[in-house]
Write a protein that binds this ligand. Structure first.
Ligand code: UD1
Ligand code: CA
Length: 455
């Protein structure tokens, strides 16, 4: 619709959530509620204003490209819209009002709603649905001729009105001048002592104006979040949607109920995901990757054909193709594994690079290390990168072999194709193609036990 602006209401506290943060900051499907709503709104119009109040700074920080309106005291949804009056003073077009706590609404539904509003030539339209459990929502009261009469909040409703299954989604389109004119007439003489946006509908009807009501069949889309239980429910719906779309695109997800994949994650076809996996943030997973149970991948890239055994935590890192990792490996931020790298049981890697074909199969800590190609890091090798004051780098050149249970005391460099004997404490650089052994020589005292027993 040409000439359409969006106004999102996000100033409310989260009284029923019992949280110190604004409700719209709570997360579902891997993003804050307000992020979901803004994302959908952007597909409709780039002109978005957001009414903020509680946790205003945090909301602003989450949504950088929007206009903000302050509602210092939260006196109700009508008062929230009224706070934006100045921003809309010269605007004669239509405004789509979205609550910040209804995150499942789809862009296609909004498009259809806007078309309905435009085709009907209404001054105001409301999006509704029949709900199996309408409790808590405002009800759409209709006249004998089926036209909208008013919206009555659950708390203000008579037992008769509470039987009405048709609920108000809190989503409307208004002719802006009409909206702001009507808002000056609303009062707060209701159960909550608030200025209700919903009262505008009754006011318009009382002025013989016809209000449009666009009823959607899928009530799920307009579920509002007022409690932690509702948050968990919407989170589940979003995650299921994400799993469904990935499965449609060729990803095998063995148990969608226990698989938590954030909205922005991308996964290539023929990847197989075992139960109880979390893939978060902006992670990108290639094709034919196998991810076994209890892996968490956050903001990381996993190359194609990689196998992740159980229990790995991968954060802000990247894995090449044909990598073999786990079980129980921990990649902390800034770790990069090349192609065909093997990282095995109980290996922790921090801010380090392992080149193509390198291996650290057992029980290692590698921190601030730059490790070349085809390096073998033996079981139990530790980079001693911290002297209690600062961190120091370790460099291991291509083809080096680090014997089991060695400590590399940084800063230190192990040359190309060099060997470090098992059990060494390496404090000095090892030149290319050399062998370094740094451990106490073995002493054998034959018959020592027998002699001791005699004493
Ligand atoms: C509102 C509707 C109800 C509808 C329901 C749909 C009113 C009076 N009621 O009720 O008919 O069925 O949504 O989910 O509008 N907000 C502000 N400032 C305020 C108050 C609220 O910005 O002063 C924001 C909130 O942050 C929230 C949205 O407006 O994002 C809705 O407010 P909420 O208190 O959740 O309204 P409901 O009681 O759910
Ligand atoms: Ca609500």
């Amino acid at each position: 619709m040409e000439n359409l602006r969006v106004l999102i209401l996000a100033a409310g506290k989260s009284t029923r959530m019992k949280s110190k943060y604004a409700k719209v900051l709570h997360r579902a499907g891997g993003a804050a509620l307000i992020e979901h709503v803004v994302r959908t709104a952007r597909s409709i119009s780039m002109d978005i204003s957001i009414v903020v109040g509680h946790s205003a700074e945090k909301v602003r920080a989450l949504v950088p490209e929007a206009k903000f309106v302050d509602q210092r005291e939260q006196l109700g949804t009508g008062h929230a819209v009224l706070s934006a009056r100045q921003t809309f003073s010269d605007y004669l077009g239509h405004v789509l009002v979205l609550p910040g706590d209804v995150p499942l609404i789809g862009a296609e539904t909004l498009e259809a709603f806007l078309k309905f509003h435009r085709d009907g030539g209404f001054p105001a339209s409301v999006l509704t649905a029949d709900a199996p459990n309408p409790s808590g929502y405002g009800r759409i009261v209709r006249r004998n001729n089926n036209e909208v009469d008013s919206i009555v909040e659950h708390r203000d409703a008579s037992p008769e009105v509470r039987k009405i299954p048709e609920i108000n989604s809190g989503i409307y389109v208004f002719n802006a001048p009409v909206l702001f004119e009507s808002l000056t007439r609303i009062r707060n003489n209701n159960a909550q002592g608030e200025y209700y946006l919903t009262d505008v509908i009754g006011i318009l009807v009382s002025q013989q104006q016809k209000v449009g009501a666009f009823k959607v069949s899928n009530v799920e889309e307009i579920l509002g979040i007022n409690t932690r239980q509702e948050l968990a429910h919407v989170d589940r719906v979003m995650r299921r949607r994400k799993c469904d779309s990935l499965m449609t695109d060729g990803v095998t997800i063995m148990d969608p109920d226990s698989t938590f994949i954030d909205v922005d994650v991308q996964i290539g076809p023929d990847t197989i995901i075992y139960p109880s996996v979390q893939i978060q943030g902006q992670s990108v997973i290639g094709e034919e990757v196998t991810i076994h149970s209890n892996n968490r991948i956050t903001n990381s890239r996993i190359g194609s054909y990689t196998v992740m055994l159980e229990g790995c935590v991968i954060v802000d890192s990247s894995l090449g193709e044909h990598v073999y990792i786990g079980p129980y490996a921990h990649l902390r931020p800034g770790s990069q594994l090349g192609d065909r790298v093997k990282v095995g049981n109980f290996v922790e890697i921090k801010k380090s690079t392992l080149g193509d074909g390198s291996k650290a199969p057992h029980l290692s800590y590698l921190g601030d290390a730059t490790i070349g190609k085809n390096v073998n890091v033996g079981a139990g090798v530790i980079t001693c990168n911290y002297d209690g004051v600062s961190k120091h780098p370790t460099i291991i050149e291509d083809g080096a072999f680090i014997g089991t249970d060695s400590q590399l005391i940084a800063p230190v460099r192990i040359g190309k194709d060099a060997y470090v004997g098992a059990g060494s404490s390496i404090t000095e650089d090892v030149p290319d193609e050399s062998l370094a052994i740094a451990r106490g020589r073995q002493v054998v005292k034959e018959g020592w036990v027998r002699q001791r027993k005699k004493k």
